[in-house]
Design a protein. Structure first.
Ligand code: C5P
Length: 300
């Protein structure tokens, strides 16, 4: 095989409950991931060494050196296989960079699946998931897709059944946010408030809404403990959230660590209308309409 192409979805967190800061610098989470139909494409071609190039809207913001998570993923896979392999990785980016939609994690997951196929390793998903967890907390979910609850750092996953499709609009901010900085701001706000941080709990009403495909109920259950930290760093995001609510969104929240804001729509048409409204906001670089859940990356 001389070339393998995979499409990898973005995610939104429909519940993100953040526990106390751990000694290793991470937080225990209850993180309900939901994969949506905004895709990066990762192509792996035969090559002597592991390289990456990036095309698409966001290309200028993605590193192509050792800081690129897809390169790290390909290297980790080669190391796991115990051999020196090469791959020329080409990423076509549509997922916002540093946007809270796991774009970097998607590229890493895509590189794992594509190189596993290109190199004929035939490793099962469980092995790829283990390698993924070392690359970043969200990478295992990017391999899995669908809807899943993540515990621990977010890397221990179990599938969540859903009844039907949900429709979303996403408002993409002009500038990204660093995940680490948003977690640090969350800790700072909590320390200032002097409140004891409860152990995160999975929301049963949220699970029921997902299971029955009830968008209105899901809209009322969306929750993100990182939202106040993202708003503290980017106060103008509250205008974005308010604009989506006024345009009839069933629920509105910051996606993961932000700054992308996610809006649950009543149907596909409503998602398109919401995206159109949001795209005209001065706070917004662009807006996207999408649906979920969608499956994780498979080679073609
Ligand atoms: O795992 P990942 O590299 O994506 O995490 C980026 C940063 O987000 C970490 O360095 C940490 O500051 C923060 N984080 C956290 N708790 C988690 C996941 C991420 O504090 N469960």
């Amino acid at each position: 095989m001389s070339s393998v192409t995979v499409r990898v979805p973005a995610k939104v967190n429909v519940q993100l409950s953040v526990g106390p800061l751990r000694e290793d610098g991470y937080h225990d989470l209850v993180n309900v991931f939901h994969a949506v139909s905004v895709f990066d494409e990762v192509v792996a071609k035969e090559s002597e060494s592991i390289t990456v190039s990036v095309a698409g809207d966001w290309a200028d913001q993605v590193p192509v050196d050792d800081g690129n998570l897809a390169i790290q993923a390909a290297r980790a896979l080669a190391k796991h296989a115990g051999r020196t392999y090469g791959a020329q990785l080409v990423i076509h980016k549509s997922i916002p960079v540093a946007g809270g939609m796991a774009g970097g994690s998607a590229d890493a997951a895509g590189a794992l699946v594509a190189c596993n196929e290109l190199w004929g390793l035939g490793l099962p998903l469980e092995d790829l998931m283990e390698i993924a967890a070392d690359l970043g907390s969200d990478v295992p979910f990017s391999l899995l897709g669908g809807t899943a609850v993540g515990t621990g750092r977010g890397e221990r996953l179990s599938d969540v059944p859903t009844g039907g499709q949900f429709h979303w609009a996403f408002a993409v901010a002009r500038e990204g946010l660093s995940t680490a900085k948003v977690y640090a701001e969350c800790d700072r706000l909590r320390e200032t408030a002097g409140v004891e941080v409860p152990w995160p709990q999975l929301s049963e009403p949220l699970l029921a809404a997902l299971r029955t495909g009830d968008a209105e109920a899901l809209g009322g259950q969306l929750g993100n403990d990182l939202q106040s930290a993202a708003l503290s760093l980017r106060p103008d995001l509250s205008d974005t959230l308010e604009a989506g609510r006024r345009a009839g969104a069933l629920g509105a929240l910051v996606s993961g660590s932000g700054p992308t804001c996610a809006f649950l729509a009543t149907d596909a048409d409503h998602a398109l209308r919401l995206a159109d409204t949001l795209s005209h906001l001065p706070t917004c670089r662009t807006a996207l309409a999408a649906h979920g859940p969608v499956p994780g990356p498979r080679p073609s």
